[in-house]
Design a protein around this ligand. Structure first.
Ligand SMILES: Cc1cc2nc3c(=O)[nH]c(=O)nc-3n(C[C@H](O)[C@H](O)[C@H](O)COP(=O)(O)OP(=O)(O)OC[C@H]3O[C@@H](n4cnc5c(N)ncnc54)[C@H](O)[C@@H]3O)c2cc1C
Length: 559
């Protein structure tokens, strides 16, 4: 058994930022991660991070308003204010730690325009901003002596007397199962993109954190709010950054028309993501697409700009779709990208379960509401990761360890052995189940939704859950049993999927990313509230919380 003051699950930007601040505040901190820290999905973030810096003539209130409007008035405005107010200091802190942000002609930190914002306030490192941030944070936590359990997989959160007191973890290299005891646990296990197929997310984004917390009774919130990004590459679904449109690329339909003028005459390609994705889908559905896609045209940006600021997407388009973006437009379509919902948490990361914090994409502090603005997620991970770490380091001073032993993991050892013992006869491997789940979610909970489709998804999810009981794990070995890991992830995916579909059915209006053809209008009278789902012995239970409004009353949302 291992002991730490603060145990952080996840080594993406949220987890490492939390680790750094908790360590600097004097706590004994450990991070557990199922992949090497710099392989976390944060590494794939391309476009940048938002902040309104006052010495550049920007104002955090404007950033907050853009975020509130982007959220379709579902984001909690007190939390949005915290994020936008602290954004500038956070970006500067990262620069001082060593992130080499792009600079402008005068040598000042450079910005690019991003969707749904009236100011260019996205700070960036070419088109690999996430990688730059992640590597710098990794250096910092190594320097501070944070213990990292690398390639260890969390199986379960341990609860004693209603409090979260640690985790049961499998060392992937040896297959051994351990108990890590902690006075506070910060869940920072990232997103759930792969619950949908295809997705822009890495294969490791399987909703483990959502599932782990949900299993111990932590409520999840706004789960119906799933972001489809407007520019994902035809076929593979790999992301083409919004930075391309921010830097001036156009969207065209099969008639060569910049169709966004019909849907968002002011902001055009830089309207909010939900708006652009819906517009593309309408063009495709009405027959002005090409093979299920529309086109992203970068040609007029010129070779120098593309090589300096968008070199990665030039490579992606070439490698994954054989498209030369210097001479051809890129076929793109809306694709699953981000979960606005997650474990309900406050601005210090506290969840309703004592001892459990949540930060990053796995959490719902409610800063993104119905639709996240591009480049607000990296910001969310850093601001709320830092705040969770600070709060947890302080809270553990008055907490002592729970009475656990290595035997606390015996039931988990038995459960895993049971899974390995499932016979081959009649059992399916994880792949078929994962595929069926993902396809049903993409069909029924995409850009446009309706009751019958979401009910079909719920049925499919329950069917997959049933088939999972006899799932067959072909590899019986102890060492790097990825077959077993993928099978375990599937259970978290099924839980995540169910909360998404149930929340979607619950919300009988259209708001942000949740657009229903059977309830096409936003209904502020009845639905200016969050949908929460909690696991109980009688199955998932739905609850509501009002939206927190400070300055900005709901208004008609147009771009
Ligand atoms: C392709 C792409 C591009 C993006 N570009 C941008 C952008 O330009 N700007 C922006 O603001 N946002 C962007 N986003 C969104 C943003 O990158 C993510 O929301 C954010 O990085 C998530 O960070 P995180 O720390 O919450 O989780 P992650 O970085 O996903 O890290 C999760 C961590 O949890 C660990 N983990 C998970 N499950 C377990 C388990 N069972 N046991 C142990 N460890 C576990 C993983 O090993 C990993 O270390 C992008 C997302 C994608 C997919």
């Amino acid at each position: 058994m291992f002991d730490h003051d603060v145990l952080i699950i996840g080594a993406g930007l949220a987890g490492m930022r939390a680790a750094l601040s908790a360590r600097q505040a004097g706590a004994d901190v450990a991070v557990v991660t199922k992949v090497h820290p710099v392989r976390s999905h944060s590494n794939a973030a391309q476009g940048g991070i938002n902040a309104a810096l006052s010495d550049r003539g920007d104002d955090w209130h404007d950033h907050a308003y853009d975020t509130v409007k982007g959220s379709d008035f579902l984001g909690d405005q007190d939390a949005i204010e915290v994020m936008c107010r602290e954004a500038g200091d956070e970006v500067i802190a990262m620069e001082h730690y060593g992130v080499t942000f792009n600079r402008d002609e005068e040598g000042k930190l450079g910005t690019r325009a991003f969707g749904g914002q009236r100011q260019a306030r996205t700070f960036f490192v070419a088109d690999f901003t996430g990688q730059a941030l992640l590597h710098v944070l990794y250096e910092q936590i190594m320097k501070e002596g944070v213990r990292i359990y690398e390639e260890w997989f969390v199986l379960r959160l341990i609860v004693e007397d209603g409090k979260c007191v640690g985790a049961v973890v499998m060392e992937i290299r040896s297959g051994e199962i351990h108990v890590i005891r902690a006075k506070a646990v910060i869940m920072a296990a990232g997103g759930l993109g792969r619950v949908f197929e295809p997705s822009t997310n890495a294969l490791i984004c399987t909703g483990d954190g959502t599932g782990l917390a949900y299993q111990i009774g932590a409520p999840v919130m706004d789960m119906e709010m799933v972001q489809y990004h407007p520019t994902t590459l035809k076929g593979s679904g790999v992301l083409i950054t919004e930075g391309a449109r921010g830097d001036g690329a156009y969207l065209l339909n099969s008639e060569g028309d910049r169709f966004m003028k019909t849907y968002a005459p002011n902001m055009m390609e830089l309207a909010s993501r939900d708006v652009v994705s819906r517009s593309e889908q309408t063009e495709i559905d009405e027959g002005r697409g090409i093979d299920g896609c529309v086109l992203l045209d970068c040609r007029h940006l010129g070779e120098r700009m593309i090589r300096e600021r968008l070199s990665q997407i030039a490579e992606i388009a070439k490698d994954f779709a054989n498209v030369d973006i210097f001479t051809e437009p890129i076929p793109i379509q809306p694709g699953m990208h981000y979960a606005m919902g997650g474990i309900k948490a406050d601005v210090d990361g506290l969840t309703p379960v004592p001892g459990l914090y949540a930060a990053g994409e796995v959490a719902c502090v409610s800063v993104h509401g119905g639709n996240r603005l591009g480049a607000n997620s990296l910001l969310d991970t850093l601001v709320f990761g830092r705040r969770s770490g600070v709060h947890a380091a302080d809270a553990v001073k008055s907490v002592s360890h729970a009475n656990l032993s290595d035997a606390s993991a015996d039931e988990d050892r038995n459960r895993l052995q049971g899974l390995l013992d499932n016979p081959e006869d009649g059992g399916e491997m994880f792949g078929a189940l994962r595929h069926d789940l993902g396809q049903s979610m993409d069909k029924n909970l995409a850009v446009y939704r309706h009751q019958a489709g979401m009910e079909e998804a719920v049925e499919k999810i329950r069917e997959v859950r049933e088939r999972y009981r006899s799932v067959y794990v072909a590899d019986k070995g102890k060492t790097f049993n990825t077959n077993l890991i993928f099978t375990l992830e599937l259970e978290f995916m099924v839980d995540s999927a169910e909360t998404i579909a149930l929340s979607g059915l619950e919300r009988t209006e259209s708001r942000g990313a949740h657009t229903r053809t059977d309830h096409p209008d936003r209904d502020d009278e009845n639905w200016l509230k969050h949908v929460l789902v909690k696991k109980t012995d009688d199955g998932p239970q739905i609850d509501y919380l009002p939206v927190v409004i400070t300055e900005w009353q709901p208004e008609v949302r147009s771009y």
